[in-house]
Design a protein around this ligand. Structure first.
Ligand code: SF4
Length: 169
């Protein structure tokens, strides 16, 4: 599990995460094969919760406005699979981003906690932890095996250059 930057109590009060503008949003979590297997084995989730593109299949939000993850409780704002949530969910509000020929660690400033802390010493320390973690041999192998996790997200802030592309080819 990736060490978290945003305190849990802050996340539970915020109603931003796990909600998406489009049903096929690029921001919907991509799943690795082993994550799919774990979810099927441990949580007995309906197969329909996973799209054919191996992403979490979003559903219409009861509010009629946007789309939500099927594992999100609108009432409690809690994730039903939190203990085994996918890598991309653990990483958020940070994202691995492909920009031209670079693989970058970026952050979504729509997260109000990150937005408030963006120039703080805590976030600098956290970015250094996260960049180190993602550049470890195990994580580089994971990215090499799962290149779908490296996506081109728009409107995010670059915080570190991660790895050289040739290292994961
Ligand atoms: S799996 Fe959990 S953390 Fe990930 S998007 Fe769904 S509700 Fe949010």
């Amino acid at each position: 599990m990736i060490k978290q930057f945003v305190p849990q109590e802050f996340c539970l009060k915020c109603r931003g995460c796990c909600r998406f503008r489009e049903a096929d949003s690029v921001w919907s979590p991509c799943l690795m094969d082993e994550e799919i297997q774990l979810l099927l084995d441990k949580k007995d989730i309906p197969a329909a919760s996973i799209s054919i593109e191996r992403r979490i299949q979003l559903i219409a939000n009861p509010n009629g406005v946007d789309f939500i993850c099927p594992f999100l409780s609108s009432l409690s704002n809690k994730c039903a699979i939190y203990d085994i949530r996918p890598f991309e969910c653990q990483l958020y509000p940070f994202l691995i981003n492909l920009r031209k020929d670079k693989i970058l660690l970026t952050v979504d400033l729509n997260c109000p906690y990150v937005c408030e802390k963006i120039n703080s010493p805590e976030i600098k320390d956290y970015i250094s932890y996260l960049a180190g973690y993602l550049n470890s041999p195990e994580q580089l192998k994971m990215l090499k095996d799962n290149p779908r996790l490296i996506q081109a997200y728009e409107e995010v802030r670059e915080v570190a250059e991660l790895i050289f592309p040739h290292e994961i080819k």
